[in-house]
Design a protein. Structure first.
Length: 391
């Protein structure tokens, strides 16, 4: 267990504030601490009975928020109804607006109502029976999906995640890995949950997913400690902002005007290349939406001619070098890579940095007879030189 996660857990169990109130009877209680590297993203406390799951979550990003929900449960632990409210921890003109969402599962349809300010949006989403709501780093809901799957007696159960306000459901699954662990599908990659004999999550490793989080269970949790801590930080330095903010790089190399639009994840105490970004696998070269690249002049780059136009950039990092992929598809999310639309694959040179670089950075710099494109993060820079192509 990382030291920062142990520290967050130690804080979490200093004192237990009152649990959510559920109907009298056998009540299953617990909490979760969610970390991304050195940063605590969220803490959660829940109470579960045979018919109800209630939870309260304190979130740090992109601004401090308090989320509460109540889920009505069926005989197999399936969620039949879901009522969620979100309010800012620090009120004010820059705070996120309070919102209220409701969801009902009816057969193969999820009926959703989402209210923000005085405006209410209603929609229906196709969702298989047994589907689950997904919201705001709630691992009590992830645990509920596991408990529901275990009750079927099957080694693998498919279902859909349904976000309150999301226009479509997302296919997922729970699959037995070992007697004490399962895989849970999360947007193209699984998380691994270690379980106790009753099916409770003891720890969850989501480093292979796009969220990259690690989660630990705690018996009791002081939500108000974290609410105060997040609020004080926000009042001092402002809202935390997105985990991976979007940025744009513009440069002029000779007659060519170039642009890169990308998201910038942070190191957060982690080893990046070879761990957070695995070796020899296609990476979105940033975070969130796919990284976009535009040139208004033809470029000679890595033995290829890149015509004027807009592209997406992908990469395959390696321990000695890397491959840069220039792809014709644009505007897609960063998990939607289509190799059939590759324009070119270029060799990147690997160099070490003098000091670790906290935030992933793409730079376009002038160089002899042209320019250089640099991808830098942690202690590594990958680069390729280019020139404006002669007509």
């Amino acid at each position: 267990m990382p030291a920062q996660l142990r520290f967050a857990i130690a804080l979490a169990v200093v004192a237990a504030s009152p649990r959510p109130s559920v109907a009298q009877g056998n009540v299953d209680e617990g909490g979760f601490v969610v970390c991304l590297g050195e940063d605590t993203l969220a803490v959660e406390r829940y109470a579960r009975s045979a018919t109800t799951l209630e939870s309260e979550i304190i979130l740090r990003f992109p601004a401090a928020r308090r989320v509460t929900y109540r889920a009505g449960l069926g005989r197999l632990g399936e969620v039949r109804s879901f009522d969620l409210a979100m309010v800012p921890v620090v009120p004010g003109p820059l705070a996120p607006k309070p919102s209220h969402g409701r969801l009902w599962f009816r057969g193969d349809t999820a009926e959703i109502s989402l209210t923000l300010n005085d405006s209410t949006r209603r929609l229906k989403v196709a969702a298989r029976p047994g589907s689950m709501p997904l919201t705001a780093f709630s691992h009590a809901l992830v645990e509920q999906a596991i408990l529901q799957a275990r009750r079927t007696g099957k080694d693998s159960v498919e279902f859909d995640w349904v976000g309150v306000g999301a226009p479509t459901a997302y296919p997922a699954y729970v699959a037995r890995k070992r007697e004490d662990s399962v895989l849970i599908g999360f947007f193209h990659a699984p998380a691994v949950a270690r379980l106790d004999q009753q099916g409770h999550i003891l720890a969850l490793d989501g480093r292979a997913t796009t969220a990259k989080v690690e989660v630990a269970r705690v018996k009791a949790i002081d939500l108000e400690h974290f609410a105060r801590s997040f609020a004080e930080a926000e009042q001092t330095w402002g809202p935390a902002g997105p985990l991976s903010p979007r940025d744009t790089v513009r440069a002029r190399i000779g007659p060519a005007r170039l642009m890169v639009d990308y998201s910038r994840p942070r190191k957060r105490g982690r080893v990046i290349f070879g761990q957070v970004v695995p070796w020899e696998r296609v990476w979105r070269t940033g975070a969130n939406a796919a990284t976009q690249f535009r040139t208004d002049a033809a470029l000679a780059m890595g033995g290829h001619i890149i015509p004027p136009g807009q592209y997406s950039l992908w990469s395959i990092p390696g321990s000695s070098g890397a491959t840069l992929i220039i792809n014709r598809q644009t505007g897609q999310w960063g998990t939607e890579y289509d190799p059939g639309l590759d324009l070119a694959r270029l060799a990147l040179t690997r160099e070490s940095t003098a000091e670790p670089v906290e935030q992933f950075t793409i730079a376009i710099e002038p160089a002899e007879a042209g320019g250089v494109l640099r991808l830098t993060w942690d202690t590594t820079t990958y680069l390729v030189r280019f020139a404006v192509a002669t007509p």
